[in-house]
Design a binder for this molecule. Sequence first.
Ligand SMILES: *Cc1c(COP(=O)(O)O)cnc(C)c1O
Length: 326
Amino acid sequence: MVIDSDSDFFKLACAVPLQDATTSGLAGHGVELLVRRDDLIDSGLSGNKAYKLFYNLRAARDAGYSRLLSFGGAYSNHLYALAIAGARYGFATLGVIRGERPAHLSPTLQDAEQAGMQLLFISRAAYQRKTFTHLLDEWRKQFGDFYVIPEGGAGVPGARGLTVMARALEAQLEGDYTAVCIACGTGTSLAGLAAGLTAVGRSDKPALGFSVLKGDGGLGTGIAETYRQLCAKHNASGDDRSHNAANWRLISGFHAGGYGKKHPAYLFDFWRTFEQETGIPLDPVYTLKMMWGIHCLAQQGYWPRGTRIVAIHSGGLQGRRGFVCP
Ligand SMILES: *Cc1c(COP(=O)(O)O)cnc(C)c1O
């Protein structure tokens, strides 16, 4: 990922392989599955987090910042990607983490630190107020000025990176698919993907987001707003397509207990079977639940026969460490 060049970024996105992963479970229902292997774009800076960082890094650099600050948990794919991006593109990075510094850092945070990220552990109570200006002011006094990237790379610049993925998909398949699926945490990636599909004239292709959160109450509101802002940018003529033709859906039934909860046995079984059949590794928090959801929906007859699904492999494989994998 070269942050100076939109066209190089687009080329990188166009080179992402689409791998056939039509399992026997899907084939039996007449459903074809292609996995877009965005987990493979780079050894460290990969998956949707690379896309979400692209325009954030660009904005930080254009505004003259040399230091980035963001937030996350001990297994955060976002902080991991940010630490690597910082090292690669010459930014100092600060990672704010909830809770006391543990005696043994998670592999994720060890790597982040090794890449040069300075880790700031703050109490859970303080973390609730993490964007309060007085906390940020304190850190600015301590470390110097920095550019703040929201937790998980959420927000419009983050989502905008995913419009590039949608453009690449258009260059690759020219609309020869039925729907695109992606796992959702904040839903930023879903909003960007859907807006990107709309921008390339594919608003007839639904972008389906599989939420990994239990009780994702306000998620849809945030997605709608991000989608609206991105579509408004693409569509300065004022014809607001975001209301009558929003091409994204949030699917909430496959969180399997919620974010970071212990997996039920049936999910482990699915994980093992899927990886054996396709050879595609999944991460435990996001892509596993999306794939499971896609398969459950096939069993329920949700996908008409002849459906061709593109599922985004949004990465996160570093998070397999510390997890009992199949
Ligand atoms: C962060 C992450 C997601 C969720 O992305 P959002 O834009 O927050 O919805 C999905 N998959 C993986 C692997 C992730 O790391």
